[in-house]
Design a binder for this molecule. Structure first.
Ligand SMILES: Cc1cc2nc3c(=O)[nH]c(=O)nc-3n(C[C@H](O)[C@H](O)[C@H](O)COP(=O)(O)O)c2cc1C
Length: 405
């Protein structure tokens, strides 16, 4: 779980009087679990759907409903909360509240607070389809977008009112993910990043294959972090059990040949290419048409070399930044630096696999970054999401230097 950026952040949640308010305690619970400090402002009408005691218990903070019930804190709550907020989310955002926010109306605690906020703001409209599609509501949403609000589109589906169409509040997990994105600097805005992840599988016969232990977690963490930082991400993924990161275009492949076709086909339009996948070096010369039957004899498999995708990427590279990974079981420095030179890379991330610090499938990793000028930077053991962000810091730094030229 990518929780780093949200830990210790002050999030203010505005809850309005919509039927989907019942989903908000779950959203609050997710944010608190990720280490955020959450404060809730709710409208009087929201109280008709859910009690403030629930939010008080889950957030561990007082809940504000009225501008005039705030005397206990000794400061003006709607102003002090606005000042300390790192991000604000209004969910569900009713048609009524959207109209008020678009027009600068401040006639209750939440709408007044929203005028005092300067941090990033996100709203999640949720309502009956006809209400959502109403011109006035759409006009107000357009105004909020041009005022800098991030607007999360509602899902389509069956609504509580029995209508089927757009207007349903997305899942709490989805909203929490988009809120995390809101907190990131968009230092890779519009950069096109191509990432490969996971293992490849090389079929022996219709039921068996050769593969490796790669879980895909490192590549997926980089794809997710890059999307949070504003990049347009294409993830070419071998078979994994991971959920596709939100906002990322995922191309599913199985074999090294399929991965090569996709990576080489996408390379030209990419600014940055990060090859994390553990591509099988060899594949069976012959793929048996039918299942190979067991006999008393030994079975020999004849293997031939697969295409070296990273090498070809390095040969064809023009303006792109090319980053590779080296998973080694010995002599990490030598092997990683050799690969960096031979494959014409701008950066390589080396890790010693097999140790407990970098076990396959683990959520953490211990890596060393190697640069073309011979420098290296060893990082302590940390979450793969943190490794992803440090790697992207280096890449973003290089992108900026290159743009200055
Ligand atoms: C049962 C029920 C469900 C409602 N659900 C929604 C909803 O999902 N979205 C919405 O915009 N309004 C909904 N409304 C209407 C709002 O509650 C109403 O517009 C109210 O004035 C909103 O107040 P607030 O924006 O101050 O919370 C619903 C009303 C009722 C009675």
């Amino acid at each position: 779980m990518m929780s780093g950026v949200i830990r210790n952040k002050h999030i203010v949640m505005g809850v309005c009087g919509g039927i989907s308010a019942y989903k908000i305690p779950e959203l609050l619970r997710i944010l608190v679990k990720k280490g955020a400090s959450v404060k809730v402002l709710m409208t009087r009408n929201a109280e008709a759907f859910i009690g403030k005691t629930t939010f008080e218990a889950l957030s561990g903070n007082p809940v504000c409903v009225s501008l005039f019930d705030e005397k206990s804190e000794g400061s003006i709550r709607h102003i002090s909360w606005a000042q300390e907020a790192d991000a604000v989310i209004v969910a569900p955002a009713t048609a009524n509240m959207i109209g008020k926010l678009a027009n600068g109306i401040a006639d209750d605690a939440l709408s007044t607070f929203m005028l005092a906020v300067t941090s990033p703001r996100m709203i999640c409209p949720a309502m009956n389809t006809n209400m959502y599609e109403n011109r006035a509501v759409q006009r107000n949403i357009d105004i909020l977008e041009s005022d800098g609000y991030t607007v999360i589109e509602p899902d389509a589906g069956e609504l509580a009112c029995g209508v089927t169409g757009a207007g349903r509040l997305p899942s709490p997990e989805f909203i929490a993910d988009r809120l995390q994105k809101l907190l990131y600097d968009k230092d890779l805005l519009n950069k096109k990043i191509l990432i490969s992840a996971g293992p490849t599988i090389e079929p022996i016969d219709p039921v068996r294959f050769i593969s490796n232990h790669s879980s895909g977690k490192m590549g997926y963490a980089i794809a997710k972090a890059a999307e949070y930082r504003g990049a347009e991400v294409t993830l070419v993924s071998g078979p994994t059990s991971l959920c596709p990161p939100i906002g990322v275009r995922v191309v599913h492949v199985k074999t090294a040949d399929e991965m090569a076709e996709s990576m080489l086909g996408n390379m030209e339009q990419s600014d940055i290419i990060i090859k994390v996948a553990a591509v099988a070096d060899y594949k069976p010369v012959v793929r048996a048409e039918h299942k190979i039957k067991k006999t008393d004899e030994r079975l020999s498999l004849h293997l031939e070399k697969n295409i070296d995708i990273l090498k070809v990427l390095g040969e064809r590279k023009k303006q792109q930044i090319l980053v590779g990974f080296a998973a080694e079981t010995q002599e990490l420095d030598n092997n990683a630096q050799k690969k960096l030179r031979e494959k014409n890379l701008d950066l390589i991330v080396g890790n010693l696999v097999g140790s407990t610090a970098s076990a396959f499938g683990s959520d953490s990793n211990k890596v060393t970054l190697y640069f073309p000028n011979g420098e290296k930077k060893s990082l302590p053991i940390m979450g793969k999401d943190e490794v992803a962000n440090i790697l992207l810091d280096h890449i973003a730094g290089k992108v900026m230097t290159d743009d200055d030229r």
